[in-house]
Ligand binder design. Structure first.
Ligand SMILES: *Cc1c(COP(=O)(O)O)cnc(C)c1O
Length: 369
């Protein structure tokens, strides 16, 4: 692991003692088959912001409920943003984060869009590091396991007037996670939403805010009700161009070695997995393009065989092949309907870097200890 960079802490987070951590035997039982987002660790990091004091009172302490005034602005006007990143265990047993500065940068881009205060990048990364190390015993020993970190920020000020709040909390919690898919990734089936859009030009599509997810739940439920796994959204203006899933970016693989993904531009969430795969695909010799791709073309190219694979990507499930696409006017299959070779290859390359079993020429892996 000569390539992994050592992390340098830059800001002080006070550590409070934990009076009653979960007993070892119960913890081991909980992390034996953790699933995703169901169980949580002993600790949390909390940092407060006020107009008068800025960021202050950073502490790592026992995980506990957060007391909120019923008039807290987040409960009314949804000033809330979040991030999602994983702490991995490298081959030599040490812990690492994957490109956490990118999460910090995106968090601040989301904060700006939601009229929230920015957090120093160093504090964001240090909070993640401190929590991952404090709860390292919660790291699941299952194959493909990780400690999923969820940093988030919300408006805590008690005030019902409509304006940016003057008090916020930044919190990081951690959740042991198993492999999203037990053995390799099965191909998912996706539903093209005809009635709903995820993001409009000028809206909040590029921000990672809870509100985007709230708005995607009805179309996602519709996809499930129709027997599919995920919903895919088209652009709001023409309802023609493919954008992304509720929480994952999309890539299209062609028989001539071209790889296309929809361009960023305000309505697509700039995924860090997306960004990493763009570079890895180029290094693999694929001809990579960020370009609009329409639903009609997708259907035509899948039928002609020009389009050979489609995959979705994001931190939680890494790379997920798409096997079937359905909408109001029928459905089509992609390639064999199962995981394709390019999808598998890119997934394996990315996972190998994240887990420290392959060289890390871009310095993406940040060792925590
Ligand atoms: C978080 C997210 C992604 C994936 O981003 P990663 O940084 O790769 O985890 C994609 N789309 C949406 C809507 C998201 O919220």
């Amino acid at each position: 692991m000569a390539d992994a960079q050592t992390f340098t802490p830059s800001l002080n987070i006070a550590t409070l003692p934990h009076p009653a951590p979960v007993p070892g035997a119960s913890r081991e039982q909980a992390i034996a088959d953790p699933g995703f987002g169901k169980i949580f660790t002993d600790h949390m990091v909390v940092v407060e912001w006020s107009e008068a004091e800025g960021w202050h009172g950073a502490q790592l302490g026992p995980r506990e409920p957060i007391a909120l005034d019923p008039a807290a602005a987040v409960l009314h006007y949804a000033q809330e943003i979040f991030e999602g990143l994983k702490a991995y265990r490298l081959a030599d047993g040490s812990m690492a984060l994957f490109r956490p500065e990118e999460n910090a940068r995106r968090f601040n881009a989301s904060a700006r869009r939601l009229a929230m205060p920015e957090l120093p990048d160093g504090l964001f990364v240090e909070a993640c590091r401190a929590l991952a190390l404090a709860d390292r015993d919660w790291f699941p020993k299952v194959d493909g396991g990780s400690l999923y970190l969820r940093p988030f920020m919300f408006a805590s000020e008690a005030f019902l007037g409509v304006r940016p709040a003057k008090e916020y909390k930044f919190v990081v919690i951690a959740s042991p996670a198993g492999n999203y898919f037990k053995s390799g990734a099965p191909a998912v089936s996706i539903w093209v939403s005809a009635d709903y859009t995820r993001a409009a030009p000028g809206g909040t599509g590029a921000a990672k805010c809870g509100g985007n997810y709230a708005a995607s739940l009805v179309p996602q439920a519709e996809a499930i009700a129709r027997g599919h796994d995920q919903v895919v959204f088209l652009d709001a203006a023409e309802h023609r161009w493919i954008e992304e899933l509720g929480g994952m970016n999309l890539f299209f693989v062609f028989d001539d070695g071209t790889l296309i993904t929809p361009p960023l531009g305000g309505t697509i969430l700039p995924g860090i997995t997306r960004d990493s795969l763009l570079l890895l695909a180029q290094e693999e010799g694929l001809s990579v393009r960020e370009e609009r791709y329409s639903l009609d073309q997708w259907r035509t190219d899948a039928a002609s065989g020009r389009l050979v694979e489609t995959f979705a990507c994001g931190t939680a499930a890494v790379v997920t092949p798409v096997g079937r696409v359905a909408g109001e006017d029928g459905e089509f299959t992609i390639g064999s309907g199962g995981p394709g070779q390019t999808t598998q290859r890119l997934r394996e390359r990315l996972v190998a870097i994240q887990r420290g079993t392959a060289p890390d020429p871009h310095g993406w892996v940040k060792r925590l200890d």
